[in-house]
Design a binder for this molecule. Structure first.
Ligand SMILES: *[C@@H]1O[C@H](CO)[C@@H](O)[C@H](O)[C@H]1NC(C)=O
Ligand SMILES: *[C@@H]1O[C@H](CO)[C@@H](O)[C@H](O)[C@H]1NC(C)=O
Ligand SMILES: *[C@@H]1O[C@H](CO)[C@@H](O)[C@H](O)[C@H]1NC(C)=O
Ligand SMILES: *[C@@H]1O[C@H](CO)[C@@H](O)[C@H](O)[C@H]1NC(C)=O
Ligand SMILES: *[C@@H]1O[C@H](CO)[C@@H](O)[C@H](O)[C@H]1NC(C)=O
Ligand SMILES: *[C@@H]1O[C@H](CO)[C@@H](O)[C@H](O)[C@H]1NC(C)=O
Ligand SMILES: *[C@@H]1O[C@H](CO)[C@@H](O)[C@H](O)[C@H]1NC(C)=O
Length: 414
């Protein structure tokens, strides 16, 4: 019993660690900067760049999630820069991302480069020694795809292309200077919804935004065929689609906000004569789930501590490979949970002792603790309540959004 209790404490400690760290950490994806054009340390260019980044960061709560600025009198040393936040972000979330980007790009990624670009899930920031405003640019470009395979790949791909194309005029036709952003949800199967997003920088003309997005969509079959999601990122526009929501649906709903779909209740009604999972049972389940919690923890820790995107497969004996496997196992946990086969995750000798509902409940909670969006993670008090009661309707966890494969294409394919 002592062992179980300390195990519970340990798991609860992890869970509280996960749910208490609730500040928004933007998800870094990649950066591009060429070391062929560099500035000299302590030069005017560097000091202009510093001023530019400060002005971008301090203007990052603007309504349309976009701002451009130029710093420098002399064309030789002027720096031109802009940022774009994903259209559904609140001004605060946009500011979080932009200030992270302005710090990380010079401190971590591009310390001496004159021309640089950095992408997060939430925002994009770029600067150059030439004017980059109101010009449609389609390179350098980056493709990212979801590692999970999709069933019926041809139908899925067609649906993605059609849906994204339908969004193009909505984004492109936004009035001058306004957000050029549109999202849409469509049913793929009874169980799967496709979430899609298109966005241009607001400084583009309708004509250029239209051109940029349509060109990006033509790359979808090449990059992302057969996968559950994909992205094409150009300096001037972005498209993305997934089977799990990756933007705030309500925030981008049309004028009359559509009611949010009710969360899918995980648990069936109370079993007769029982008002909740009893605490001995909880202890054993928690103990058997500690492996899952450990995986969840390592996944989360990995994201926070390295914030790196793994662009190439690491050595199979190294630490990174073990991290990969952990991520893979987390994905498996998610798949099992979403297929209703969560019992498979348990030690076979324990499987017969617990009801499917109880196991699902615990795994459900564990998955909620590793949601990308901190707001989706439960608080400690909620976890206790959830463990102790059948009456709480749990949020549906979203698939952990792990991209490990990607491709950069600096030139237009012929
Ligand atoms: C620039 O980057 C390339 C490739 O990463 C490297 O081989 C080269 O040495 C770098 N040049 C300078 C001046 O740092
Ligand atoms: C740049 O300036 C800082 C402080 O002003 C100084 O410590 C540093 O040595 C300078 N670096 C170069 C390369 O001149
Ligand atoms: C925000 O942008 C305005 C207009 O370009 C600029 O004057 C101002 O300095 C910026 N804010 C800060 C705090 O830099
Ligand atoms: C911002 O971009 C617009 C073009 O979209 C340009 O006219 C304007 O001069 C830029 N602002 C600054 C401060 O560079
Ligand atoms: C930008 O910097 C590069 C390398 O220093 C230089 O060759 C190029 O002419 C500069 N571009 C402009 C518009 O000043
Ligand atoms: C913008 O809307 C007009 C009519 O409302 C339409 O004719 C035009 O094709 C649209 N532009 C784009 C880029 O879709
Ligand atoms: C998608 O499926 C849900 C549930 O099956 C249904 O309520 C909804 O109307 C469907 N949406 C569309 C656009 O067909």
């Amino acid at each position: 019993m002592n062992v179980s209790i300390s195990m519970v404490n340990l798991v609860l400690f992890w869970l509280s660690f996960l749910s208490l760290t609730s500040e928004a950490v933007p998800s870094y994806r990649f950066h591009i900067c060429s070391n062929k054009t560099t500035f000299i340390p302590n030069s005017t260019y560097q000091s202009n760049l510093k001023d530019l980044l400060f002005s971008l960061s301090s203007n990052s709560t603007r309504e349309n999630g976009f701002y451009n600025n130029t710093v420098g009198q002399n064309p030789e040393t002027s720096v031109y820069g802009l940022f774009l936040c994903r259209g559904d972000l609140t001004p605060d979330a946009c500011q979080d991302c932009v200030s992270t980007a302005t710090n990380e790009i010079v401190q971590q990624y591009c310390p001496v480069e004159k021309v640089a670009m950095i992408w997060y899930d939430e925002c994009m920031l770029r600067y150059s020694n030439r004017s980059i405003f109101s010009v449609m640019e389609d390179k350098p470009r980056k493709y990212l795809w979801n590692v999970l395979d999709i069933t019926e790949p041809d139908r899925f791909l067609k649906l993605a292309q059609t849906t994204l194309s339908d969004l193009v005029p909505l984004a492109a036709n936004a009035s001058s200077g306004a957000k050029k952003f549109a999202t849409k949800e469509v049913n793929f199967t009874v169980l799967q919804t496709m979430y899609s997003l298109v966005q241009c920088t607001p400084d583009l003309s309708s004509f250029d935004c239209n051109r940029c997005l349509r060109e990006a969509i033509t790359n979808v079959p090449t990059c992302c065929s057969g996968k559950q999601g994909g992205r094409v990122m150009y300096p001037s526009c972005t498209i993305r689609y997934e089977v799990s929501p990756f933007y705030q649906i309500q925030a981008v709903a049309p004028p009359v906000p559509a009611p949010a779909p009710p969360p899918i209740p995980l648990l069936l009604p109370h079993p007769p004569g029982k008002s909740g999972i009893s605490w001995p049972i909880i202890l054993t389940i928690v103990a058997s789930l500690s492996v899952l919690a450990l995986l969840a923890f390592s996944y989360y820790f990995l994201r926070r501590s390295t914030k790196k995107k793994y662009n190439s497969l690491p050595d199979k004996n190294g630490e990174k490979w073990r991290q990969y496997l952990n991520i893979y196992k987390l994905m498996q946990a998610w798949e099992h949970w979403s297929n209703g086969t969560a019992l498979e995750l348990l030690d076979p000798t324990l499987r017969d002792s617990y009801s499917r509902n109880e196991v699902n409940q615990c795994i459900h909670i564990a998955l909620l603790c590793v949601q990308e969006n901190p707001a989706d993670r439960p608080t400690m008090a909620n976890i206790i309540l959830m463990l102790d009661s059948y009456s709480v309707t749990l949020k549906t966890p979203q698939q952990p959004a792990v991209f490990i494969l990607s491709n950069t294409e600096p030139t237009i394919p012929t």
